[in-house]
Design a binder for this molecule. Structure first.
Ligand code: SF4
Length: 497
């Protein structure tokens, strides 16, 4: 354990470069370690995930339930997976990882090396399911006035943020690093973080919380769009053709027009002489019909007629009907042309109202997703093996399975071990921090004992799982969408490769 007695009252923690002196009864700067009567203790319990031997889930002790529920049988016919949550850190990294645990899985000796990595190179990618404009690409994202990241390229129905990273953690002022680290910590631990995107004059306030709907300028988002305007035309054209002459699906990216769209052509929809104020891409698909905003379909308009020019009298006629609808179906309007070929609001026919409701019904709920991303390519690997590059190769060769708090981590191609993981798949409270500043995140490497030996692992440090699991261990169920990290299906050798 990382201790060095200095005075009778204080001990020194060497679990990270801060090297705190901690008085009896007090915690260190990160609140992860404390001095309990002269002993340095990790304050959060080690967390294990209960897996059934046959891969089925075992209803054992739910996250947060009273430990009394546990009957004291350490293994109980199941195969606990020891996560790095609460495991602690060794520093500097040439020391073996805090826990190197072995167990027999279906006749194969497996080992899991667990450590709470200190990540200076880390951040989060945030996906916000909304059409609403929250900022331009490359706009700065601020928390407490400090820059913590930026808006990146939008995805289909979602806005994306890239937050944190070594430039904000270490490359700016001390306050910027501290605020960035705190924002990352809260986001990764599924707490709400309020951020302001953009500069004076076009600021948007967004509250992001993993697994919850975003709150944009004080309004909670409800629905993720069913598709772009063009896709919406394609999906619902059949519902419209018998009830209306033309339909416009208003969308900041691609506004769709039924009478010009290929879907309308296939259904023999006649030209209506409609004119859209925007840049025509292909028939029935228009870009830039308005400015981005928080109005219809992620545009800045509240009156959809603003995107229309004059109807062409060659095709238009008095009484021609028009439905205008947003990509979530939350906004819609029905119009009929008057004698001057100007659209006038009219009572919407029931069938068209139902079609708008059908669009809304086909939208998924809007949520924020937070993916932790960090690089374990540095010296962290030395806690696993004396030959760190062999660990990288072993991961790339599918001989070593990487997980974070038991959740499968996506390992990026190329060099190093750069991982990405959904914080919703990890046990609650998985993340910590140190004031360097850096985020502390759990990471586990699981492989066959024979492969661990081959890559130069710390073989003398291997302990059986029964030595690690105790009645003080926190136990959580495996997430249903997550594989058991120790299951043979994860490994190349089980596939005969
Ligand atoms: S910040 Fe935390 S881990 Fe680092 S030395 Fe202090 S108590 Fe130990």
């Amino acid at each position: 354990m990382p201790t060095e007695r200095t005075t009778s009252e204080k001990i020194r923690c060497d679990a990270c470069p801060v090297m705190c002196y901690i008085a009896d009864g007090k915690a260190g700067a990160c609140d992860r370690y404390a001095n309990h009567g002269g002993d340095l203790v990790r304050l959060d319990p080690l967390t294990i995930i209960e897996n059934a031997q046959d891969g089925q889930l075992v209803p054992f002790m739910k996250d947060g339930k009273d430990p009394e529920d546990w009957d004291g049988d350490i293994v109980q016919g199941a195969r606990p997976f020891v996560t790095a949550v609460g495991a602690g850190t060794t520093y500097p990294d040439y020391k073996p990882a805090p826990f190197i645990v072995s167990q027999d899985i279906e006749g194969v000796d497996m080992v899991t090396v667990v450590t709470e990595g200190i990540f200076s190179y880390c951040g989060v990618k945030v996906k916000i399911d909304t059409d609403r404009h929250i900022g331009h690409e490359r706009d700065v994202v601020r928390v407490d006035g400090e820059p913590v990241g930026h808006v990146m390229t939008s995805e289909y129905g979602s806005k994306m943020l890239s937050l944190g990273g070594v430039e904000h953690l270490t490359g700016g002022t001390k306050k910027e690093g501290r605020v960035t680290c705190d924002a990352l910590l809260r986001l990764c631990n599924r707490e709400a973080v309020e951020m302001v995107i953009g500069d004076d004059g076009h600021e948007t306030t967004v509250i992001v919380q993993a697994g919850k709907a975003p709150i944009i300028n004080g309004v909670e988002e409800k629905l993720m769009r069913v598709g772009c305007g063009s896709a919406t035309i394609g999906m619902f054209a059949k519902q419209w053709v018998d009830h209306v002459d033309d339909v416009v699906v208003v969308d900041d990216h691609i506004t769709g027009v039924l009478s010009e769209h290929q879907a309308g052509k296939m259904l023999d929809v006649e030209p209506t002489g409609i004119k859209i104020n925007g840049r025509r891409s292909t028939p029935g698909r228009y870009f830039q019909v308005a400015e981005p905003g928080t109005g219809w379909g992620g545009t800045n308009i509240e009156d959809p007629l603003k995107i229309l020019g004059d109807f062409n009298p060659r095709f238009a006629r008095e009484g021609l009907s028009l439905l205008m609808v947003s990509t979530t179906g939350e906004q819609y309007g029905y119009f009929e042309l008057d004698a001057d070929l100007k659209p006038q609001p009219a009572a919407i026919p029931a069938a068209l109202k139902v079609s708008a409701e059908l669009i809304a019904e086909n939208c998924e709920p809007s949520v924020c997703s937070v993916l932790f991303m960090g690089g374990a390519g540095g010296s962290l690997r030395a806690g696993v093996t004396e030959n760190p590059v062999r660990l990288t190769k072993s991961v790339k060769d599918s001989l070593t399975f990487v997980s974070c708090g038991g959740a499968e981590a996506y390992v990026w191609p190329g060099g190093g071990i750069t991982v990405m993981v959904d914080v919703m798949d990890m046990p609650t409270g998985s993340f910590g921090y140190v004031p360097t500043p850096a985020l502390v995140a759990p990471i586990e490497f699981t492989m066959r004992v024979s492969d661990y030996d081959t890559l130069g692992g710390h073989m003398d440090e291997i302990k059986p799982v029964s030595d690690v699991v105790s009645d003080e261990t926190r136990k959580v169920d495996q997430f249903e969408n997550q594989p058991n990290p120790m299951a043979s299906a994860n490994y190349r050798w089980a596939k005969g490769a």
